[in-house]
Every structure is written in C-alpha cells, then in structure tokens.
Design a protein around this ligand. Structure first.
Ligand code: DGT
Ligand code: CA
Ligand code: CA
Ligand code: ZN
Length: 575
C-alpha cells in the first residue's frame, strides 16, 4: 500500500475515534503519524520488507504505530480501525465534512437519531428532529442544511496539487510510448483553477493511439468509463479522479488545445468574436464561414492572432475582461515563478513545523532564493506550541545567527502572530518591534458575524508592526468557507497602511482567490506569495500561489517577494 493510502486509513480512524470521544492523546498520535508517513520520501512497505530497517527509526513513529503498519501491510486494515467501523459505519466519516457539525454532535445524532449518513441527516433536519436534542436548535438545522448543499456542490472536485500530481504521473508514464510528440494537460488544470473536476489530457503524434492503449492499463486505473478511437476516460486511483485522454492530430493541435482548455465561457465569447469576423471556431480549427477555408489551427498563437488578439495566458481565460484586454494589446505581463526571490511565511520545529530552522533555510537556499522570513506561531496557538514574547525574541536572535552564517541567503526573523478575537495582536508591541517581518493571521473564532470580523481585522491593521495579513479569508478548499467580512474595506485600509496581503500557496488554502486579488489590486494593495511551509517539501508549493496570482492578473511589480533583497528590506523598513 502506498504511503498516502496508509495515512488515509490512520486519519480516518482518528476521526472515528474522535466521534467516539476517545482519548485525545491517542487520536493525536494517529494524526501525527499519518502526517509523517504522508511526507516520508520512502515507502513504508519497502522499509517493512527490509530486515535491516526499522520504521520506528522515523521520528513520530512509535512502537504502537509500527505494529499498525505491519498489520496494514498484511491485510489492508488494522484492529483499531475495524473496531471503530463496527461501531460506526464508514458513512459517518462523511458527516465530519459537514460544516457546523463537530464529532460530539455526530455522536449524539448517531446515538439519539441513528443518523449515519448525509441523506439521513438531511431528512432529520427537514423533519425538525434536531431541535428536540439538547444544545441543538432550529438555527442549527438551517445551518446544517446549508452546509449539506455546499458539501454536495464541492463533491467530486479535487485540489489543484492532487490533479497536478496525477497529470505528472500520467505524463511520465506515457512519455515512453514511441511516436508521441506532446502530452499536455488542458481544462481547469491548465488554467490553474484551485480545484479540478476532472483531468483533461491531450496527446499528439503518430504514437497517440498506442498511448490510449497504454493509458487504460495503468495500474492505478480502477475503471474504464469509455474508450473510443480518439478518446478514453478512466477513474484513476482510489480517490476516483476522472481522467480524459484525447488523441489528436498535430496539424490542428492548437485548435484542440484552445478548445479543451476552456473555460467554456471564454470559448463562447471567442466564438462570438469569430462569427462577427465571418469565421467559425471549433476544436479542429478557425475557418471561414464562406467556403470553409482554414485560417489557423496549428498553434494557439496563430488562432488568437487571426482573431485580432494577443495570445491569452490560460490562467486568464475566464471571460472576465481578458479578451478585451488582448484586443487592446493591454494584457498584463503576468508574474512568473522564476521571478520569486524569497518566501516570507514558513514554520519550524520551534512551533508546529516538522523541520528545524537549519533544514528550512537550507531547503530555501537550494531553491535559489535570496531571502526568507521564519514565521513560527505565537502563543495563542497553544496546540502548535506557539511562542510567547520572551521565546519569540530569543528565537529571533537564533534566526539572526543563521543570517550571519554565510549562506548567502538573507534570513529574516518573523512571526505569524495570532489576531485575537477582539483584533488585538497576541504579542505585545515591544516584542513585535524586535522582529523583521510580522504576519497577522486569524486562526480562531472564525464564525463571527461579518461586522465583528471586519472590526477585528481593522483593529489588527492598526498594529504598527504588522506587515502582512496572512491567509486573509481563512478558507480551506473543499472544507471551510471564507469567514464573512467587508473585504473591500479591509483591502482599502491595508493599502492605506501599506500592509501587504498574502497569497497563501498551500493547496488547501490558495487564499486569496483570483477575484479577491483583482479587487484588492484595484484598491491599491500589494501582495506577497508565500508557502506557509511546515516541511521543506512544502516550499515547492510556491507554484500554486504563483498560479493564483496570475489568475488575479498580477505582475511582478505587484509582488513584494519578487523584489531584490535590498528593495524588499527598504519597503518593510528594515535597517
Ligand atoms: P472542471 O473539469 O470542472 O474542473 O472544469 P473544466 O474547465 O476542465 O471543464 P471540462 O472538463 O468539462 O471541459 C474541459 C474543457 O473542454 C472546458 O474548459 C471547455 C471544453 N468544453 C467542454 N464542454 C464544452 C462545451 O459544451 N462547449 C464548449 N465550448 N467547450 C466545452
Ligand atoms: Ca476538466
Ligand atoms: Ca473533462
Ligand atoms: Zn496560519
């Protein structure tokens, strides 16, 4: 079994143990182990098979978990999990994904109303059964019904990094087929959308039909949904991602790529423009309405050019002004990953990171960055071992020593300081004043009314030391909605006070989102693209934040960490 699948079993069991109200220490040990296993470069299976190796040598894996791993390797499950599944059906896990329902409520619903699935939960809400239970009421019924609707809507979508990994895996797998010219992802993945419904891959060259044959026998294909001469669709992996592979002729590759990249809205607008010019556009090419003579089809550039447009980067293709801008030759020169010179949000073992200060700095150096800021949590996040004033200042000294250690990489001291419920910063101004880069972030009380949340953020912006608002809307993709607040007001105030807004690259967050970025830029805001890494490998998530920035029409000049280190230091008032 793959590491990721093993981690999934552990997470699942921990969730069920939480519903059962078991000891939080044991639950945490499962979750910690799952995180470690997920991030471990070698497969657990291969370590277990090797008599000279011990899984307990991996930090975070104790004897108990080691025994669990052996059991999973032997029979695909383990005792604890079986016990839990005897008590609660697997469908109860789904209930945890409904916002507003915690493990305790789920236990009550299970015990009192025998609710074990979303459908039965929905029924109970409609029949007003929840209000009869202690500490539940009519308001909760409404809230749960709304959450169920939201849950159903996001069902069957996947995070961008998940889709990207599947695309990379398949591309590599198919690249050995003889006679293949190109394999390209299209659809929402190519546009860099934060979640992907299904994966669209295009392949061209004389070997394309052979690629279709090889595609459907990939070991991770769970089901073949359809297979024709030019197209095959499969379910890939146990998560059930649908992948469509299309074989195309190279003479009309540009037209097909344009068509299957979408978005649908962009393509519809493009076709209308074509018609006004006496042209028709489809996946085979751009041609004259009269006579059918082909005008362009080999490359996207030719097609856009023939329509009187500059080539439009896929991230902009949402029919939200990009066609007009391309016609006026006023498309932005979008920021690129190679222009990013630093990462200003990352954690170490000083709080809840999984690697040491030295390891994080070295990994950032290996990526070629000019500078980083180390931003561990503050004390309000006790679960994450957040720092109080004294520790924060002492740790800043350690960070400055790293800065002097001759890496050639500037290391700035920072903190991700909690914004408390009332908008006060978690640490006092004296301590914050000692640090180079202070991030203010909301991690608690996310269910405030919009007005209260707006006041809270306004208050935080008043702090003289805050340099950036971290993951400003608090959303967790496919999981938690943004908290409500007056975004325009906060963006205006942030611009006025020169507080940067974060584009958090963590694939679960991607916060801010494209429309927020554009709105904030219009108010005069500047941005920082960060990874919020808790492990060296997370530093590679920068690619996703950059794509979000591009979807938000940003240029390098909008992005603080695209600046050379001396300009960066000047802008955040460092000596
Ligand atoms: P997704 O999969 O929900 O994340 O979003 P997309 O954009 O990948 O959508 P998908 O997979 O249904 O289709 C891929 C592209 O193919 C889409 O962006 C545009 C094109 N396409 C699909 N269906 C139609 C259609 O009915 N009309 C037009 N013009 N284009 C379509
Ligand atoms: Ca798609
Ligand atoms: Ca598709
Ligand atoms: Zn955070």
């Amino acid at each position: 079994m793959e590491n990721r699948a093993i981690a999934h079993l552990l997470y699942e069991t921990a969730d069920l143990m939480e519903v059962a109200g078991e000891d939080s220490f044991r639950i945490r040990s499962y979750r910690t182990a799952a995180g470690v296993i997920e991030g471990h470069p070698e497969s657990m299976a291969s370590i277990l098979k090797n008599p000279e190796r011990k899984v307990t040598d991996i930090p975070g894996i104790g004897k108990g978990i080691a025994a669990v791993l052996v059991e999973i390797e032997q029979r695909g499950s383990f005792e604890r999990r079986d016990e839990m599944l005897e008590k609660y059906p697997e469908s109860a896990l789904e209930l945890l994904k409904i916002q507003g329902l915690g493990p305790k409520s789920i236990r009550v619903l299970f015990e009192q109303l025998h609710i074990t699935s979303i459908d039965s939960l929905e029924r109970a809400c409609r029949e007003q059964k929840l209000r009869e239970l202690p500490r539940m009421g009519a308001k909760l019924e409404e809230k749960v019904l709304r959450s169920i609707a939201a849950y159903r809507q996001r069902q069957g979508r996947f995070l961008l990094n998940f889709a990207q990994r599947a695309a990379d895996e398949l591309t590599e797998y198919l690249s050995t087929v003889e006679g293949i010219e190109k394999i390209t992802p299209a659809g929402s993945l190519r546009r860099g959308k934060e979640t992907v419904g299904d994966l669209d891959l295009l392949v061209t060259g004389v070997g394309a039909p052979a690629a279709l044959e090889k595609f459907v026998v990939h070991p991770k294909v769970e089901e073949i949904l359809g297979k024709g001469e030019n197209k095959a669709s499969v379910r890939f992996g146990h998560e059930g991602l649908q992948v469509d592979l299309r074989a195309l002729g190279s003479e009309s590759y540009g037209a097909a790529l344009q068509y299957f990249t979408g978005s649908k809205e962009h393509s519809v607008a493009l076709r209308q423009r074509a018609l006004k010019m006496g042209l028709t556009l489809n996946e085979y090419g751009l041609s004259k309405v009269d006579g059918g003579e082909i005008v362009a089809r080999k490359t996207e550039e030719e097609i856009y050019e023939a329509l009187g447009l500059a080539w439009i980067p896929p991230e902009l293709r949402e029919n939200s002004g990009e066609i007009e801008a391309a016609a006026a030759r006023k498309l932005p020169k979008l920021v690129e990953q190679s222009q990013i010179r630093g990462d200003l949000h990352m954690h170490t073992t000083e709080s809840d990171g999984r690697a040491t200060l030295e390891e994080m700095v070295e990994a950032a150096h290996a990526l070629g960055y000019e500078y980083v800021a180390i931003t561990d949590h503050s004390k309000a996040l006790a679960m994450a071992n957040g720092m109080d004033e004294k520790r924060a200042v002492a740790f800043a000294h350690k960070v400055r020593e790293m800065d002097q250690s001759g890496f050639g990489l500037r290391v700035f001291s920072g903190i991700e300081c909690d914004i408390k419920r009332d908008g006060e910063m978690d640490l006092d101004n004296d301590a914050l004043g000692e640090l180079d880069f202070v991030i203010g972030s909301v991690h608690s009380y996310m269910n405030l009314e919009a007005a209260e949340m707006t006041d809270r953020l306004m208050r935080a912006l008043e702090c003289p030391h805050i340099k950036m608002l971290g993951h400003p809307t608090g959303r967790l993709l496919l999981n938690r909605d943004p908290y409500p607040f007056d975004f325009d007001l906060i963006a205006t105030e942030a611009a006025r006070r020169k507080v940067y807004l974060e584009i958090n690259s963590s694939p679960e967050r991607l916060d801010l989102t494209a429309s927020h970025i554009r709105a904030a830029k219009a108010k005069g805001c500047k941005f920082v693209i960060n990874t919020d890494a808790h492990h060296p490998k997370h530093l590679a998530n920068m690619q996703y934040g950059v794509r979000m920035a591009r979807r938000g029409w940003l240029e390098a000049s909008d992005v603080l960490n695209a600046l050379p280190v001396h300009e960066f230091a000047r802008l955040i008032d460092l000596k």
